[in-house]
Design a binder for this molecule. Structure first.
Ligand code: RB5
Length: 144
């Protein structure tokens, strides 16, 4: 997973977890691009979601991580961009299967919903899990 290039972003509601996830990425030498927000001041999550989504669908980043208060706004906004498969995860099982079955290319998290350590476990599992392909590829192809 060290070779993955990650795009990461949050609004003010997810700012603290974004910084924690960045610490995690740095500790594992994972390359990342932080699109902001860069301060705890209020900002608009759809702008951040778009910036991460465009990095992912253009191939400049392999996958993206988005954090807001609930993760819901980020997932709604990111999934508007063609080619995005954003998964809002609050548990490690969903995180694993969102990769294995859905080939999710963006992970969304809610800072106001789940604890910090769970969020980091979800990131860890999500980054380490590959797409299984096979019958799941057929289904993802139907979405695309
Ligand atoms: C910001 O207050 C909050 O609405 C945002 O972080 C997010 O939860 C939206 O879905």
């Amino acid at each position: 997973m060290e070779h993955l290039k990650i795009a990461i972003g949050s609004d003010h509601g997810g700012f603290k977890y974004k910084q924690k996830i960045i610490e995690y990425l740095e500790s594992r030498n994972i390359e990342y691009k932080d699109v902001g927000t860069y301060t705890p001041e209020a900002c608009d999550y759809p702008v951040i979601a778009r910036d991460v989504a465009e990095l992912v669908v253009s191939g400049q980043s392999d996958r993206g991580i988005l954090v807001c208060g609930t993760g819901i706004g980020m997932s709604i906004a990111a999934n508007k961009i063609r080619g995005v498969r954003a998964a809002l995860c609050g548990d490690t099982y969903s995180a694993r299967v969102s990769r294995a079955h859905n080939n999710a290319n963006i992970l969304c998290l809610g800072e106001r919903v789940i604890g910090e350590h769970l969020a980091l476990d979800i990131v860890d599992v999500w980054l380490k899990t590959g797409f299984e392909g096979g019958r799941h590829k057929r289904r993802v192809d139907i979405i695309e």
